[in-house]
Design a binder for this molecule. Structure first.
Ligand code: MOS
Length: 735
């Protein structure tokens, strides 16, 4: 395989869209101003569920100043039934709302007030009166464990359950064991930009400006919801202000905006409030994970059982796979994993950053720490001792696996001292402790296409429906194109986020950079081929080209582009076919995370002192954006370990802490000295760029490293996350 030459790729190039963003020129969905001014929509949420609407009085709202319409189940345009067609998958099936007089979950929209201004719409929304006849709801998966079922499928995993070897015998024959339940909280993605849509009809054609991660599935979702051809739908999303999985599929305000725009024959903008999105955008379910681990005297794993229980939103097919990393982490003869869900009357449960691994490594890597301690072995050494030669679940080889390198380099860079006696390090009131954990996350490649267009004056335009959700897509695609065509990056323009551009898999699952990047690479390779063949037709014998201004440099000659390309420019397409990179091996990105915390011996307050991660993600496409992605992930890990928690009132199925005052995400003060290290590498088997996914890698292992550090500091093993001071207070060591 020819490695692509690289002079731009890999450098810490500044974001090409940075200036547009900091000067307010970047047009996010809510910024869109069309020719016809948009009316503003405001969501009226169901104040109770599940149940039936027995009275819905919108008259006062309709009479209120500035109100254009109040859309309810009585007057909403026709839609296909929610969830149809069943086999379409969760992102593309009908997301119908306001279908009938039923309310499925607390906060579900029961009306959309459309008015001239946001203030008018919001005021009128308060005038809507509703009475709901509530039935019995199922909200808490643990209290309803008896009704748990095996989900039909699991996100990001081939199998829902796995069973290798004889768990019962190996576990019974183990010298050291861990057997405990771990709980993780519901979480909401806290993207800076709330979920937003401006919908506009032109006859039967719908244009939607929206915050979204995957443009092509949004087209299908609107098509299936509204019952119109995909050709009639255009999605525009040049900038999305963070997604974290919550914008993979379309969300409630998008459907409402489309319905309302149709009903009032005018563009309608709906921006979810921060409070809205706790029920009108997806969340991660709370989970209970039972872990049973056994090892022999020498600290070699003999048996692992990982059983996960969570809630699934009724009528929305998503179940998370926390045992997925467990299946790929350590050599073990007996490995049993199961996932069960309780169908609940709650808002949509869906992917949230590093679905599976974020909470899977949080719990499993805590249990591994417990087992290492039971064996009397340093946790780094324990992990190295159990490093597998092949995928533990399937026996397939790994495409490449540099986890041991990450562990060793991390231990050296961090100054890992080995496991200290818990509670033994103290500075004044502060109890100090260190902890570490492994990071692992599947690396994927998805189908993608890109178009490249070169003009005779030597400017390259690249188009694809990829999104930039803040990750740096514009920048890395510019770098990839510049290298592939040997053209200066300031001559390259990347255009994204439009369903009229070639289709990609969008941003998600950490596959965006590799998939879209490979498509751009292939398109530019095709451009090179075309230029070469035209040069050869003209009698030049050349096998490489570069572009310098409006000329092609061939090594032997300098040829004006205008003699090769006609005035309209040259357009080519390229695509990446993942089958060409399916080696049948297991492909992951890896890392090792090390944390130091201090715990106030009197108050139990936990402060993270430092966090270091060493990662293997193949070839790094941009040192700056990659570092930011990994750092963002690690910060998310801080949240998972210590902060983020959506609390449901289990009497009503309502989330209670619906704002940033009470839903805590890590802020500057929570983020200490944070070090990101990336191994230099090239992943031959992953894609033509040699990169591996890293968007979600930084989260994996960060939380448990912190939790394990809290244990070393205090000697208290907390098995629920986030860990709070009240979990430590009763048992803090006395000074
Ligand atoms: Mo990710 S949770 O696939 O955006």
């Amino acid at each position: 395989m020819n490695r692509p030459s690289s002079s731009i790729v890999g450098t810490p190039m500044d974001r090409v869209d940075g200036l547009a963003k900091v000067t307010g020129q970047a047009c996010y969905a809510a910024d869109y101003r069309g020719d016809r001014g948009a009316a503003e929509g405001y969501i009226v949420e169901a104040p109770a569920a599940p149940g039936r609407i027995v009275r819905l009085d919108v008259e006062a709202a309709e009479q209120a100043e500035g109100v254009i319409a109040v859309i309810t189940h009585r007057n909403a345009p026709r839609q296909r039934p929610h969830g149809m067609p069943e086999d379409a998958g969760r992102f593309t099936q009908s997301h119908a709302l306001l279908e009938r007089d039923r309310v499925r979950y607390f906060g579900e929209p029961i009306a959309l007030v459309v008015a001239e201004t946001l203030e008018q719409a919001r005021h009128a929304a308060k005038l809507v009166e509703v009475e709901i006849d509530c039935g019995e709801g199922t909200f808490n998966p643990f209290e309803n464990a008896a009704s748990a079922v095996k989900p039909d499928s699991l996100d990001g995993a081939d199998q829902v359950d796995t069973d290798k070897g004889d768990f019962d015998t190996e576990y019974a024959g183990s010298d050291h064991r861990v057997d405990a339940d771990y709980h993780t909280s519901a979480q909401h993605a806290a993207a800076m930009e709330p979920h937003t849509t401006v919908a506009e009809w032109d006859g039967d054609d719908l244009t939607v400006h929206m915050a979204i991660q995957i443009v092509s599935s949004a087209v299908e979702a609107f098509s299936n919801t509204l019952g119109i051809d995909k050709e009639r739908i255009r999605i525009v999303s040049p900038f999305t202000g963070g997604g974290f999985g919550s914008k993979l599929g379309i969300h409630n305000e998008a459907v409402l905006a489309a319905l309302a725009a149709k009903a009032v024959d005018r563009p309608v903008r709906v921006v979810q409030t921060r409070r809205n999105l706790f029920s009108n955008a997806p969340h991660r379910s709370r989970h209970r994970q039972k872990l049973q681990l056994g090892a022999d005297k020498k600290g070699r794993l003999k048996a692992i059982r990982h059983a996960s229980l969570a809630a699934m939103a009724r009528d929305y097919p998503f179940a998370e796979a926390p045992a997925s990393p467990t299946r790929a982490s350590y050599a073990v003869p007996a490995l049993r994993t199961t996932h069960r869900v309780v169908k609940a009357d709650i808002p949509k449960v869906d992917s949230m950053r590093a679905p599976g691994e974020a909470i899977g490594t949080l719990t499993f890597e805590t249990a591994i720490d417990e087992l290492a301690e039971a064996c009397g072995i340093d946790p780094v050494e324990f992990r190295l001792r159990n490093e597998p030669d092949a995928d533990p679940q399937t026996g397939k080889p790994f495409a490449d696996r540099r986890l041991a390198e990450c562990l060793r380099q991390g231990a050296a860079d961090f100054g890992w001292q080995g496991r200290q006696a818990p509670g033994s390090r103290r500075q004044g009131r502060k109890l100090l402790g260190c902890g570490m954990a492994t990071a692992i996350r599947p690396n994927q490649l998805n189908p993608a296409e890109a178009e490249a267009h070169l003009t005779p004056d030597g400017r390259l335009r690249v188009r694809l429906d990829m999104t930039d959700i803040g990750t740096g897509s514009y920048t890395i695609l510019t770098q990839i194109a510049a290298d592939a065509l040997s053209i200066a990056p300031d001559r390259v323009t990347v255009e994204l986020g439009d369903s009229e551009f070639p289709e990609t898999a969008g941003s998600g699952g950490s596959f965006g950079a590799a998939s879209s990047g490979s498509a751009v690479y292939e398109a530019c390779r095709e451009m090179v081929e075309q230029l070469l063949s035209r040069l050869n037709e003209q009698g030049h014998t050349v096998n490489s080209v570069s572009i310098d201004g409006d000329r092609v440099m061939t090594g032997e000659a300098s040829v004006p582009l205008a003699t090769l390309i006609d005035a309209g420019g040259l357009t080519v397409t390229g695509e990446i076919d993942p089958d060409n990179y399916d080696s049948g091996e297991k492909n992951y990105s890896y890392g090792a995370q090390f944390a130091e915390v201090e715990v106030d011996a009197d108050t139990g307050e936990i402060r993270l002192r430092r966090l270091l991660g060493v990662f293997d993600a193949g070839r790094i496409l941009n040192q700056k954006t990659a570092r930011s992605q990994l750092m963002g992930g690690m910060i998310f890990g801080i949240g998972g370990a210590l902060l983020e928690q959506s609390l449901m009132d289990d009497r009503y199925g309502s989330f209670m802490n619906r704002d940033f005052a009470e839903y805590h995400i890590a802020v500057n003060r929570d983020v200490p000295d944070l070090q990101v290290r990336m191994l230099a590498g090239y992943s031959e088997k992953s894609n033509p760029l040699g990169s591996k996914g890293l968007g979600e890698l930084g989260i994996c292992g960060a939380g448990p490293a912190i939790a394990n550090a809290v244990y070393e500091a205090t000697g208290i093993r907390v098995r629920k996350f986030p860990i709070h001071m009240e979990d430590l207070l009763p048992s803090l060591p006395r000074s």
